[in-house]
Design a protein around this ligand. Structure first.
Ligand code: GLU
Length: 563
């Protein structure tokens, strides 16, 4: 029956992935009957099973369906939808070497959406034996934060990335100035001193503002005044000339450099004229020889602006590779919200467990390989992808399950005395059921009042009925005799029985605090072997979930990941 179920699951997942996530029970049943003609006589049984499997599959998000299909193995008929891995990059033959970049603004921590750009750009650079560049786009002194540079590097390294070159745009200001001056001299840019409303009013009608028509001598004069600090913020901006009838008014004569006197966290007060994103990104993408710009489609309008500047300068625009948005259900991914929460103390830090930042995922015990695999599986799809925690859990489970050692943990402990049991001193259990080489753990047993004493999880204890037989997992079967403040039970036997299995702790239990995904705390007791665990270790508390050790001293605190 398990085999049939597996086969049904395989077809249901395949069918769902071919039909926007929804499998048809009829189609799946048809496939199964064709494959297993012997089942024709038991069609009702088979149909009930298929319906159940299809209902389960249709509840799953697409990534989880893909993930499970990989686990059960696809049907013999491979579909394009199941093809894994990234497509080839176009235009590779046009360039001597593929050069990609990740260009974060160090104004906040990276989250899962940002690392998509990083992982894809890195992956392609490595695939084509090219070059991957890390470039901090820190030309806004008003929001660049010194601590972010290292935090971002750390996240990238943690995800297994390495970069061949690193730049900070705040080191390259003269380069942008030179370019600006050239454009002003050649009449391809101008210094606009109009109030912004006046400028917009004209621009929206495709009309030039008075500054646009001034001579290049006047433009250079104004530019020097900007550089000399003779204009204040908002008084003057350098604009790039574009087609004033461009269908999107936001592209028309876009701003390229502006005045701001706020000290920069890296270079202090050295500059008071700063390039805006679209200007510095264009110059750098060209100067650094970027061949493939891989980024989200939210940059579409920016790309149109940048192309106008490439044309002015007579440069060839790199090959643009776009992908859709990535939303994470129930997670605030916005940098602004995160920064506000951290500043106000509402969040505990950039790694607050409620966040979708890489730091938070790391803290919750996500394995970097799982995040990488998930992002590469989502790939370059242009449709917006919605990522659920469940999908992340499914990916992570695959890696964590293999590695994490098992321990018993009982939240909200309830005491139980077991009478009539043999005089056992300890239990020896495997650290990992599938990996004997991980070794064993020892759970010493305590005696009290001539009985063996254990703690059970409060919830398990509450659900037990008097007279019910259950198994203290991997140890013995007992029958609950009374359910007072301290529970009492009678020993039944040691051999494995088909009864409810409950984890337990006994002598030497260690107090553990669990930080839950909503940042609430839960207390419990774990078996003594957890005392030696080091910070960052990921373990599984059996029947409870994967956790990562957050602090070992003075108290053992773990962060809950997922089941
Ligand atoms: N600094 C930009 C960002 O973080 C880079 C985008 C790009 O040009 O690819 O969104």
């Amino acid at each position: 029956m398990e085999d049939i179920r597996r086969e049904a699951l395989r077809w249901a997942l395949t069918n769902a992935l071919e039909h926007e996530g929804r499998a048809s029970a009829k189609a799946v049943l048809g496939k199964l009957v064709a494959k297993l003609p012997g089942w024709r006589s038991k069609i009702n049984e088979l149909s009930a099973l298929v319906e159940q499997v299809v209902a389960e599959v249709n509840e799953l998000p697409r990534e989880e369906q893909l993930f499970r299909l990989r686990k059960v193995g696809s049907v013999e008929r491979p579909k394009p939808e199941e093809r894994r891995g990234l497509p080839e990059l176009s235009d590779v033959e046009k360039y001597p070497m593929v050069i990609t970049r990740f260009a974060p603004n160090p104004n906040g921590p990276l989250h899962i959406g940002h690392v998509r750009a990083a992982l894809l750009s890195h992956e392609y650079a490595r695939r084509y034996k090219g070059k991957f560049i890390l470039r901090f786009e820190d030309t806004n002194p008003e929001n660049a934060l010194l601590e972010m540079y290292e935090l971002i590097r750390r996240d990238l390294r943690w995800l297994g990335m390495s970069w061949d070159e690193e730049y900070a745009q705040s080191d390259r200001i003269e380069l942008y100035y030179n370019c600006a001056e050239q454009l002003l001299r050649e009449g391809k840019a101008y210094v606009c001193t109009c109030p912004i409303e006046t400028f917009r009013g004209l621009r929206d009608w495709g009309k030039p503002c008075p500054c646009r028509e001034l001579s290049s001598e006047e433009q250079l004069h104004r530019w020097r005044r900007m550089l000399a600090g003779e204009t204040t913020k908002g008084e003057a901006v350098v604009r790039i000339k574009t087609d004033l009838n461009h269908p999107n008014p936001a592209v028309r004569d876009w701003p390229a450099l502006r005045v701001t006197t706020k000290p920069h966290p890296r270079v202090g007060e050295r500059y008071s004229v700063w390039p805006l994103y679209n200007f510095s990104v264009t110059i750098d993408d060209h100067e650094m020889g970027i061949t493939h710009v891989i980024r989200g489609k939210e940059h579409e309008v920016n790309e149109q602006r940048q192309r106008t500047l490439f044309e002015h300068l007579g440069w060839q625009y790199p090959t643009a590779v776009q992908y859709g948005r990535l939303n994470m259900a129930g997670v605030a991914l916005s940098k602004t919200q995160t920064m506000r929460g951290v500043r106000s103390g509402e969040l505990t830090g950039y790694d607050d467990v409620r966040l979708g930042t890489i730091a938070a995922l790391r803290r919750r015990g996500f394995v970097p390989e799982a995040i990488k695999q998930l992002i590469l599986d989502i790939g370059l799809t242009l449709v917006d992808a919605s990522l659920s925690w469940e999908t992340l859990y499914a990916y992570n489970r695959k890696f964590a399950d293999e590695r994490a050692n098992r321990y018993f943990f009982v939240p909200d402990p309830a005491k139980i005395l077991v009478r009539g049991a043999p005089d056992l001193k300890q239990a020896r259990l495997r650290l990992h059921p599938g990996h004997p080489e991980h070794g064993e753990r020892i759970l010493p047993l305590a005696r009290e009042d001539d009985a063996l004493m254990f703690y059970l999880a409060g919830e398990d204890a509450g659900a037990l009925q008097e007279g019910q037989t259950f198994r203290l997992k991997d140890l013995m079967n007992v029958t609950l005799s009374s359910k007072g403040r301290v529970l009492e039970a009678e020993f039944q036997g040691l051999e494995l029985a088909d009864v409810r299995k409950i984890q337990w702790v006994s002598a030497g239990a260690v107090e553990v605090e669990v930080i839950r995904p909503d940042n609430s705390r839960k207390l419990g007791l774990a078996e003594p072997a957890v005392a030696g665990l080091k910070v960052d270790t990921i373990v599984q508390f059996e029947r409870y979930g994967f956790v990562r050790v957050d602090t070992a001293r003075p108290k053992l605190t773990v962060v809950y990941g997922h089941r």
